[in-house]
Each structure stands twice: as C-alpha cells, then as structure tokens.
Design a protein around this ligand. Structure first.
Ligand SMILES: Cc1cc2nc3c(=O)[nH]c(=O)nc-3n(C[C@H](O)[C@H](O)[C@H](O)COP(=O)(O)OP(=O)(O)OC[C@H]3O[C@@H](n4cnc5c(N)ncnc54)[C@H](O)[C@@H]3O)c2cc1C
Ligand code: FES
Length: 344
C-alpha cells in the first residue's frame, strides 16, 4: 500500500510505500530534499511530521532522541510512512537531470597531498558523462557489500574525471587500502552522485548573499568543487573561506586557496590551526568556527556551507544560530560521519 507524502510549504508531493524510506521515495520522485549519510548518522534529513504517522525505522536515539520524536521530528532516511503524511521541508529542489547510478571506474592516479591525505583521481567510462552537482559525494561499493562515502573535489568536467581527497583513518578498512595497496588502473565500483550539499544560487533561496565556507580537514574537498564551479560559471559573490586543521600540514592545498584569494575579487581565505604546538605558525589558531564568529558576529545576511567532522558541524550550527543570528535555513552542511555498515 502506498501513501501520499506532501512537503510543506511547497506542496510538492510524492508517494511512498511502507517498505521504502521517505528519503528514497522522495529521490525516486526526483525531489532533492536535504540529506547526507543516508544512514541515520548525520541528522541532515531531520524533518517535522506535521500530520500522519511514521515508523522511525532504524533511526538511532543518538541522532533522533526521544524528546525530538515526541515533538514530531523524524529522519527521512530511516522513516517509513504508515499513513498519508505532511512533512515540513523548506529546502526541496528538482533532481530530474542527475540520476543516481552504479558504475565502474578506474584509478587514474594517486598523489599524497599530506602524510594522511591522498588525492585519488578516478576515470569514469568514456562517452557516458557523469552528471553531479558540485558538493555531492559518491559511495564506493566494496566487495562485501559495505560502502564508503567520499566527496567529489572537482567541478563537473568534460573529461569525466572525479577527484577525491581521502584521509587515512588508522585501522580503517578502505582508507588503509587506498594508502597501502591501491594502484593506478585498479577498477572500483561506485554509486552516485549522492547528497544535497551544493550551492543555493537562486535568488529565492538567498542566492545573492555573501558566503562563508567552513571546512575541517578533508571537508575542503566538496568546498573546492563548489568554488571551482563558481569560478567556471563566473558567479561573483563575496566569499570567506575558513579552513581548519590540527596542524599546518592538514591544510594540504593551502597554496591553491591563497591563489584564489589573490586572483578573485572579494575572496578572503582564513586558515586556522587548532593543535599545539604552534611554533612557526603566525596565522589564526583555535577552533575554526570560533574564528568565523570573531570576524562575523552578525551572520544574519550570510549563507554558510560547512563540511567536515560531525562535531564541528554541530557546534557551528548551534553557535552560529544562537550567537550570530544565522537563520537555520541559511546553514548547509555535509557531516563526514563514518559508515555503520547498515544496509542502505
Ligand atoms: C557524505 C560523506 C562524505 C565524506 N567525504 C569524505 C571525504 O571527502 N574525504 C574523507 O577523507 N572522508 C570523507 N568521509 C568520511 C569517510 O567516509 C570515512 O572516513 C571512511 O568511510 C572511513 O573508511 P574506512 O573503511 O577507512 O574506515 P572504517 O573501517 O569504516 O572505520 C574504522 C574505524 O575508524 C573510525 N572512523 C572511520 N571514519 C572516521 C572518520 N571520518 N572520523 C573519525 N573516525 C572515523 C570508526 O571508529 C571506525 O569504526 C565522508 C563521509 C560522508 C558520510
Ligand atoms: S541522518 Fe539521514 S541522511 Fe544522515
């Protein structure tokens, strides 16, 4: 049996059966609603059920605690409709020309950008252009059925190449393979593009506002894709890029960011180091989102795009909205949660 799900306030509707998550049903209807991990971990798909009944499915209490359930919130990537529904979702876009596909790819090159960051260039099958929005990610489909998510670090290009920035996780199954065993010409399987992290550039979405990009470590990857796309499309909005890392080596494409700051009008680059010791570092230090708050105490007229560790995203969202008047509708994020190995 299928149910009608209406997104408010847009009134856009789709049907969902009880076996399909609300997120999957929306995507099947080519409606791009906010989401990240599809795994119940990041909270990006959290939405309020205005009317009707849902089963919260495998939503963990850590991401959807009891008080939020009682207040009518749900995770669209986990929830199943039990009746017709009205769901509050203010950020919904059409996804009709970006199908999600599974396809093979070949490792074109591997380049160490830092001791624990590898640039992985992938070549996709020729004559079959892979469409994606700058900021989106792909999943690697591993032989045992597990998946690993990585953001695309380049803007779409005619060469059908994907650039990824992979941070090595000590003991990590996939990233250890990238650093120790993977070689050029290896064949991998991916699924994508995934996620809703991308530039809102329509005037009705606040697409003329100044932008704060907030990157933690390899959270720089999707932000690089968005900035390169803005440069290619000659979108000129004031940009402040805050890039945080524990040590200067973690700013693994520092020279590129400096170049943007020199070449582009109204582009500021603020690198921030959080670790100790800081000998030889004359730049900003501390938590990267605190640097934003110190420079821009009023964010009410900005859009913020944040990417990196979930803790950074949570802290920035809370502090920017509570202390800097950023409306929650102006905060877009991609949290680098790690795989729980739940089937998707
Ligand atoms: C939407 C999305 C986009 C992402 N994009 C990127 C990207 O562009 N670049 C990038 O480097 N990473 C990115 N990540 C994170 C990346 O997917 C994980 O780091 C990766 O899956 C780890 O795989 P693994 O098999 O090596 O580790 P696993 O074998 O899965 O993990 C081993 C253990 O390490 C810990 N762990 C795993 N990942 C992390 C982590 N990220 N932080 C802290 N502890 C961890 C866990 O405790 C885990 O049990 C992204 C994640 C998401 C959800
Ligand atoms: S919690 Fe649903 S997409 Fe991450």
């Amino acid at each position: 049996m299928s149910f009608k799900v209406t997104l408010q306030p847009s009134g856009r509707a789709f049907s969902a059966d009880a076996d399909t998550t609300l997120l999957q049903a929306a995507l099947d209807a080519e409606l791009l609603v906010p989401y990240g991990c599809r795994d119940g971990a990041c909270g990006a798909c959290k939405a309020k059920v205005l009317s009707g009944e849902v089963d919260h499915g495998r939503a963990p209490l850590s991401t959807l605690p009891e008080p939020e359930r009682a207040a009518g919130m749900t995770l669209m990537c986990c929830a199943h409709a039990q009746s017709d529904l009205a769901v509050e979702c203010r950020d919904v876009r059409s996804a009709h020309d970006i199908p999600v596909r599974k396809l093979p790819c070949r490792v074109q090159s591997l380049e160490k950008l830092a001791a624990d960051v590898m640039r992985l260039n992938l070549r996709l099958p020729p004559n079959d252009l892979f469409h994606f929005l700058p900021g989106q990610y792909i999943d690697f489909l591993l032989a045992d059925g597990q998946r690993r998510s990585f953001s695309i670090a380049n803007a779409p290009n005619a060469d059908n190449m994907l650039e990824l920035h992979v941070r090595q996780i000590p003991g990590g199954k996939f990233t250890t393979r990238v650093f120790s065993a993977m070689k050029e010409r290896d064949i991998l399987r991916i699924e994508g593009p995934l996620g809703s992290f991308s530039l809102r550039d329509k005037p009705e979405d606040g697409g003329d506002k100044p932008i704060v990009f907030l990157a933690g470590g390899t959270g720089f990857a999707p932000i690089k894709a968005i900035i390169e796309d803005m440069i290619a499309r000659e979108i000129s909005r004031p940009i402040a890029l805050y890039w945080g890392a524990r040590a200067p080596e973690g700013l693994y494409l520092h020279e590129l960011a400096l170049r943007w700051a020199h070449q582009l009008a109204d582009f500021r680059y603020i690198p921030v180091i959080s670790g100790e010791p800081l000998e030889g570092w004359s730049g900003r230090s501390g938590l990267v989102h605190h640097a934003v708050m110190a420079d821009l105490p009023d964010l009410s007229g900005h859009q913020v795009y944040a990417c990196g560790a979930p803790e950074m995203i949570e802290a920035a969202k809370k502090d920017f909205s509570e202390a800097c008047r950023l409306p929650l509708t102006g905060f877009y994020a991609d949290a680098f949660t790690f795989a729980t190995n739940n089937p998707i």
